[in-house]
Write a protein that binds this ligand. Sequence first.
Ligand code: CA2
Length: 144
Amino acid sequence: MKILVLNGPNLNMLGIREPDIYGKNTYKDLLAYIKEHCDSKGVEVSFYQSNHEGDLVDAIQNAYFNKIDGIVINPGAYTHTSVALLDAVKAVSIPTVEVHISAVDEREEFRKISYIRKACVATVSGEGFASYTHGVDILIEGKK
Ligand code: CA2
């Protein structure tokens, strides 16, 4: 099974600022944490992060051509704004889990809106880095 983990804007800044919301671990730590989990489950994982909406659309389309079985995506702030990412996930029809480090439903009103959610098989939020591995597990379960 091949899983792609996508991260949107500013997630490369993890551990550098706002540790009270996003924790003190870095983006590099996040990738190592997910990789270790995927290795233990025999899942092949790849990663991509971009601060640019169109690059994320391209990455979702490439997942289709690269025969990726599932996507775990933290679209960052594009969660709350992007119809383009929603359309991309719909277009490729790859099972996709929306994940967030923070509990988006317990923060500002605008963070309660998610466009991409409609195209996702599940949403996991508020579990810190474990939101990502929980997302991976949902995709593994769905493939059985
Ligand atoms: O909780 C999440 O994972 C979010 O997707 C993170 C986004 C935010 O816009 C969403 O509402 C919720 C922001 C990521 C910014 O990450 C930073 C990390 C360190 C320092 C500053 C920002």
